[in-house]
Design a protein around this ligand. Structure first.
Ligand code: NZQ
Ligand code: ZN
Length: 395
């Protein structure tokens, strides 16, 4: 087991009607003015936003609002938020939504608390000293941003989707009422479940060893999400299933399933981010569309671990070699994705990138040759192009 630090400062307030506590939770932050940040329609339509405003009114907390965050959240909205916060002396941001709203809130938080262009952090030009404190009311179990240090923003100039992580952006609290996710369309529910699975699998596929405890947590998390995702396909208002998935979403990305590892592979995420930037696809669906092609490209570098995944997760009988067992496990995972209506290639994702677009995405993914992605196999531009092509199902 590798040395590690485990840091999870976020207060989790979990369960039915927990959003009614929002007034007192925000009041405890001793802030003067709040930005309530939200997405397109869902929080307004469900009445959640009205209830949040009412709760802050009753607690005597002043606020301004900014909606309109879209999936794959845009830098232009971040700039708008920074201006609004500065003009109104906002000192706390309440994100009401999913990963996109929370990430937009984190980026605004960096922009308000520091001088200069916030995009610099995503381009690794500077490091922020501070971030405005952030609270979350979660409405979709998926990205895990409610407890993570990460933040992914898309710059419309060049359609670059870039992530930046820093512990100073971890939310102060996350209100998680699984009932708030009942209204999710099935595609978003399943896409969210894929993201949760992938946050765990990205960490599971690593170059480290001897992690019985962490592997056990990971495998239970994966099995729990797969089981409950299937329940939600038939019964979207099943509270217990929503609750299991929601809690798994936070634990999949707060660092727990990476303890003692080398941090994990993460190439699938880097490769997917380019799909999100160029084609605006749902993040989880993009991940399932790419994962099998990535796995087949790299599995020989860690055939033993892929074989363990096959045996422990799917009960695959160990074959003549670790490599054969590994391949059987990859197929099982793809079968699972298909069974919940998630894509396993780019065609099923609904996109058909040209050769030129594939080359552009690969260039961006490896930062024009400045980096490789992944640890099981360090992927350069040619590897990434091969994975996109395989996912395009050229043959
Ligand atoms: O905008 P509204 O109308 O709210 O609709 C949203 C959106 O269209 C809808 N939705 C959310 N809650 C709902 C609902 N619809 C009905 N009922 C509800 N209760 O769902 C759609 C997707 O929302 P979004 O916030 O984009 O989903 P998600 O949580 O999957 O976030 C995706 C973003 O997070 C990033 C992704 O790259 C992507 O940009 N990630 C962030 C991470 C982090 N910060 O730690 C890690 C992840 O790996 C990921 O990269
Ligand atoms: Zn993700």
């Amino acid at each position: 087991m590798n040395n590690f630090q485990y840091y999870t400062p976020t207060r989790v307030v979990f369960g039915k009607e927990t959003e009614t506590q929002i007034g007192s939770l925000v009041a405890a932050q001793n802030c003067k003015k709040v930005l309530i940040h939200y997405g397109g329609q869902s929080a307004m339509k469900s009445g959640l936003l009205d209830r949040v405003c009412q709760s802050l009114d009753e607690a005597g907390i002043a606020y301004v609002t900014l909606g309109g965050v879209v999936p794959n959240p845009r830098l232009s909205k971040v700039y708008e938020g920074i201006e609004l916060c500065k003009a109104n002396a906002v000192d706390f941001i309440l994100a009401v939504g999913g990963g996109s709203v929370i990430d937009s809130a984190k980026a605004i938080g960096y922009g308000v608390a520091n001088e200069g262009d916030v995009w610099d952090y995503y381009m690794r030009k500077r490091v922020p000293d501070a971030c405005l404190p952030i609270g979350v009311i979660l409405t979709i179990a998926a990205a895990g941003s409610e407890m993570s240090p990460s933040c992914v923003i898309t710059n419309e100039e060049g359609w670059m989707k870039r992530g930046y992580g820093n512990d100073i952006s971890r939310p102060k609290f996350a209100v998680m009422n699984p009932e708030l996710t009942f209204t999710l369309p099935d595609y978003q529910t399943q896409s969210g479940c894929v993201d949760i699975l992938m946050h765990t699998m990205e960490r599971f596929f690593n170059m480290a060893d001897n992690m019985e405890m962490t592997d056990g947590i990971s495998e239970t998390l994966l099995k729990t999400v797969m089981k409950n995702a299937k329940i939600l396909k038939k019964d979207p208002a099943n509270y217990e299933a929503r609750a299991e998935v929601m809690w798994a979403g936070s634990l999949s990305h707060n660092g727990l399933t990476g303890c003692g590892t080398d941090g994990g592979d993460w190439a699938s995420h880097q490769i997917e981010h380019e799909l999100g930037g160029m084609f605006d696809v749902a993040h989880g669906a993009g991940l399932s569309a790419i994962w099998g092609s990535w796995a087949r490209h790299v599995y020989k570098g860690r055939a033993d671990r892929f074989a363990k995944f096959a045996v422990d997760m799917f009960g695959v009988k160990a074959g003549a070699s670790a490599e054969l067992t590994a391949l059987a496990g990859i197929e099982c995972m793809e079968n699972y994705y298909r069974s919940v209506g998630m894509p396993t290639n780019l065609k099923e994702l609904g996109i058909a990138p040209t050769d030129e677009q594939i080359e552009e995405m690969a260039e961006k993914c490896v930062w024009h040759g400045e980096r490789t992605v992944g640890v099981i196999k360090k992927l350069g531009k040619e590897d990434v192009m091969a994975i996109y092509r395989a996912a395009r199902k050229d043959n």
